[in-house]
Design a protein around this ligand. Structure first.
Ligand SMILES: [Zn+2]
Length: 549
């Protein structure tokens, strides 16, 4: 019985190129997870889109003297290109500028309003007396009241990660004029988060499968006590507030962005020709929803969005929120937009194959603690692990079958004990590796797969078919046929991480049907199968070339 797995991925702001830290933190894990579940025969829907609202966009637009939409029109296509080239297999990647998204956001707003979870309140907001306008969060900088960091933004401190209200900042200053903002009263809608405190605590208490940092972070918020939170702002760019008298205000960006998961599912259903198809993904309690995000996004996905869903009623809460830590960059490798330091995904993909990038980023995925990106380590991982352990194994076995058996898979005869053993290991790997993928332990899934590749290399070295073929052809035939079975298993086991090269390998094996349709199970390559002409799966990289770039 296939399971239904909704894969929700953080919405990146459409005002910059994607950074490898984001790719390793949210998008690649989500894609690996989705690809695994598709192979395992489950129904998967993976959605996200560009977040086009909010002050990050308007700040960029103001800086350049263009409209927010100009910024979106420039960066959204670049983000889509990043997904295509990196192989991030969204079922729908949309934007928050669609009519459907506006309608869904306003519908959720009105439903929460009718249920009594939104209320009007006056708030003292920071106002720039020189620019003569209210200052949304990101237009204010100051000292973090939590950690003392001097350049905290009005919405969040990048140093300690705490989300802030701009009025909490110590020594605030306007990013528009540099002036010290003054407080001025403004009327807004607030989300009654406080009324979800106990329901959330009971819910979080049951999530034994959550990562410890996610659960602890969430409980920390709950222990502090949830504060009601303004969801409208004095800005002109965003989803209009569907209430009379609010024409000059907009819905706050975080409120509409999390609704994007729901509106994107509806858009996907509309596009599929079955507008009601979204319901199974949100209303069927058997559907499991996973949210792939970075750790700075945890409260929005374990507190605020669940509160909105509880208030709306009848929609599934997140099943898991496998938030990642951060990827840091080694000293001397600045995160530069213009210089080729390899920290922007598109830039990296100009130099390296997508599977090389995916392989390295998976190996440093910050699942339990921060990790470090080093371009020379990427090259080493490609040459010393990806190629040495896996690529060469596949290349060697295919080449020998071509050379000694005319490219036709030979029969094995009666199996030797070591042949039985490696087959059993390959067969058993599906359960072990599958369990790691399903638990969002992608580094373990990779290591567990590579262990099988190492075992296959040892098997090949011990039985030395390149020698045996001259004196005992049947011995060599068995070795190569069995090694090919293990290569075929690894093709599937590694496919979620290395989709491009494993698809190429699949085509080279001469098996019927697409790899995606082959399923998550150990399948032996039948004797007599004709292999296609083999070519190297991975290109060796020169470290000197990287150092010189
Ligand atoms: Zn701080």
């Amino acid at each position: 019985m296939p399971e239904r797995i909704l894969v929700c991925v953080a919405w990146p702001y459409a005002n910059y190129l994607l950074h490898v830290g984001q790719a390793a933190g949210a998008y690649l894990p989500a894609d690996i997870f989705a690809r695994y579940h598709r192979l395992a025969g489950n129904d998967v829907l993976m959605v996200s889109g560009s977040d086009c609202h909010g002050t990050p966009i308007t700040v960029s637009a103001d800086n350049e003297g263009v409209s927010p939409r100009d910024i979106v029109d420039r960066y959204h296509p670049k983000i889509v290109e990043t997904w295509e080239r990196l192989g991030i297999s969204f079922d729908l990647y949309t934007t928050t500028l669609t009519e459907n998204h506006y309608a869904t956001t306003q519908e959720v707003f009105l439903r929460l309003y009718e249920q009594g979870y939104l209320f009007e309140g006056t708030q003292d907001q920071l106002y720039d007396p020189e620019a003569d306008r209210f200052l949304p969060d990101r237009y204010v900088e100051g000292t973090c009241p939590n950690c003392g960091f001097g350049e905290a933004r009005g919405d969040q401190c990048d140093n300690c990660g705490k989300t802030l209200d701009a009025v909490e900042l110590i020594n605030p200053r306007s990013r528009l004029s540099g002036a010290t903002p003054v407080l001025r009263e403004s009327t807004h809608f607030l989300l009654k988060l406080s009324s979800f405190q106990e329901a959330l605590r009971a819910w979080v208490g049951k999530q034994a499968h959550w990562r410890r940092n996610v659960a602890n972070f969430t409980l920390g918020w709950l222990n502090e006590g949830l504060k009601d939170r303004a969801i409208t702002r004095d800005i002109a760019w965003g989803v209009p507030v569907p209430i009379e008298g609010y024409e000059s205000k907009r819905i706050y960006v975080w409120f509409d962005a999390v609704i994007g998961y729901l509106s994107a599912t509806r858009e996907w259903a509309d596009r599929s020709g079955d507008p009601g198809a979204w319901k199974g993904w949100w209303e069927d309690p058997a559907t499991r929803a996973y949210y792939f995000i970075g750790k700075d996004n945890i409260p929005f996905h374990t507190i605020i969005w669940p509160s909105m869903l509880l208030g709306y009623g009848g929609l599934n809460l997140p099943y898991d929120v496998p938030a990642n830590q951060y990827v840091n960059f080694s000293a001397g490798q600045k995160q530069s937009k213009s210089k080729g330091t390899g920290t922007w995904v598109l830039e990296l993909l100009d130099t390296y194959a997508a599977d090389t990038v995916r392989f390295y980023l998976t190996s440093i995925m910050p699942e339990t603690s921060d990790s470090e990106f080093r371009e020379e380590e990427l090259v080493r991982a490609n040459n010393d692990v990806l190629i040495a352990t896996w690529g060469n194994l596949a290349n060697r076995v295919l080449a020998m079958i071509h050379r000694s058996f005319d490219g036709i898979v030979p029969a094995t005869g009666t199996l030797a004990p070591e042949s039985e053993a490696i087959l059993a290991e390959a067969s058993g790997a599906f359960e072990r590796v599958g369990a790691e993928y399903a638990a969002c332990h992608f580094r373990n899934a990779l290591q567990e797969s590579l262990r099988l590749a190492q075992a296959a290399n040892r098997y090949l070295d011990e039985r030395a078919p390149w020698k045996a073929v001259k004196i005992d052809r049947e011995h060599a035939a068995q070795t190569l046929a069995i090694a090919l079975d293990v290569v075929n298993a690894l093709k599937t086991l590694l496919h979620p991480i290395l989709p491009f090269s494993t698809a190429q390998l699949h085509a080279g094996l001469g098996l019927p049907g697409a790899l995606d349709a082959a399923g998550w199970s150990f399948v032996r390559v039948p004797a007599g199968t004709r292999l296609d002409a083999s070519r190297a799966l991975y290109a060796k990289l020169e470290l000197e070339a990287v150092a010189a770039s």
